[in-house]
Design a protein around this ligand. Structure first.
Ligand SMILES: Nc1ncnc2c1ncn2[C@@H]1O[C@H](COP(=O)(O)OP(=O)(O)O)[C@@H](O)[C@H]1O
Ligand SMILES: [Mg+2]
Length: 261
């Protein structure tokens, strides 16, 4: 569904790494409340593009507007504060966290508990923490993950870890979420569960920008897709339009449909 407002406008984005042009004059728009896919072969510049949007990489040229605000010079935390949240490719560093605590991490920016505040005002801090825990549980409940709340991330199947990471990003109450290959490395049934989680998030009106190798996934979930190859945009349109183009099919030769590398 498109409310008419653009959540994200990328104009003539260029990102270079020494000799490589990872993102080469890419322009596209993402309507608020829509799910937007980014597809292309390995090394096409998909992750680099998402990293520019979340502020990890700085564009060499071009502009990025998030809800009408120029963000191409912003630090990641300022972009987060504007309502952007992202998932990670790996939760490896948080293996020992319980699911509930990991999801509470997603609220770090919202939960305004300073260390000094926690010491001086411990009853208030304790109440605030209880409220945060309840909020994390509410997100887990909404995404069908409550049964895993007290389990350690490392004890869970990979597909569930991927869904928990989406829950962490949702806990930040974002307006727009970036997901880099949320179904990579998952089995077919896990992929269906991750897809269902993404669809649940999309149904709440959150704008989603998702990179995925799986053409089938993109076709089913995305309103529009951007196809990139060698850093360049081959085209933007509905999945049907894009996958009907010979140059798009050609870009995917060697990357079988349904394959997640
Ligand atoms: N931090 C980096 N330093 C140097 N080159 C990079 C860096 N990140 C990505 N690249 C290069 O930019 C290009 C695009 O990479 P990437 O965005 O990771 O591709 P994709 O996500 O589409 O597989 C590749 O040629 C890659 O080697
Ligand atoms: Mg990538």
């Amino acid at each position: 569904m498109n409310s008419g407002e653009e959540a994200l406008v990328v104009e003539d984005a260029v990102l270079r790494f020494r000799g490589i042009v990872a993102v080469d004059s890419v322009s596209f728009e993402v309507g608020a409340g829509t799910t937007f896919g980014v597809i292309g072969p390995n090394g096409a510049g998909k992750t680099a593009l998402l990293n520019c949007i979340s502020g990890i990489y700085r564009l060499d040229q071009g502009s990025i507007l998030l809800y009408g605000q120029q963000i191409q010079h912003h630090q990641p935390h300022r972009i987060t504060a504007l309502g952007l949240s992202r998932t990670f490719q790996s939760t490896e560093h948080f293996r020992e966290f319980t699911v509930r605590d990991y999801v509470m991490l997603g609220r770090a920016q919202q939960a305004r508990c300073s260390v000094l505040g926690s010491l001086l005002l411990w009853p208030i801090a304790e109440r605030a923490e209880r409220a945060e825990r309840q909020r994390a549980m509410a997100v887990l409940d909404r995404l069908g993950l409550v049964e895993f709340a007290t389990e350690r991330l490392s004890d869970l199947p990979y597909g569930v870890q991927k869904r928990v990471d989406i829950a962490r990003a949702v806990a930040a109450e974002p307006k727009i979420m970036l997901m880099d290959e949320p179904t990579s490395g998952t089995t077919t049934s896990e992929r269906d569960a991750v897809s269902h989680t993404i669809r649940t998030v999309a149904a709440t009106g959150v704008t989603i920008v998702v990179i995925d190798h799986d053409v089938d996934f993109v076709t089913r979930h995305c309103d529009r897709v951007l196809v990139v190859n060698y850093g360049r945009a081959i085209g933007v349109g509905t999945p049907k339009e894009m996958l009907g183009r010979p140059e798009v099919v050609e870009a995917f030769l060697g990357t079988p449909v349904g394959h997640s590398a």
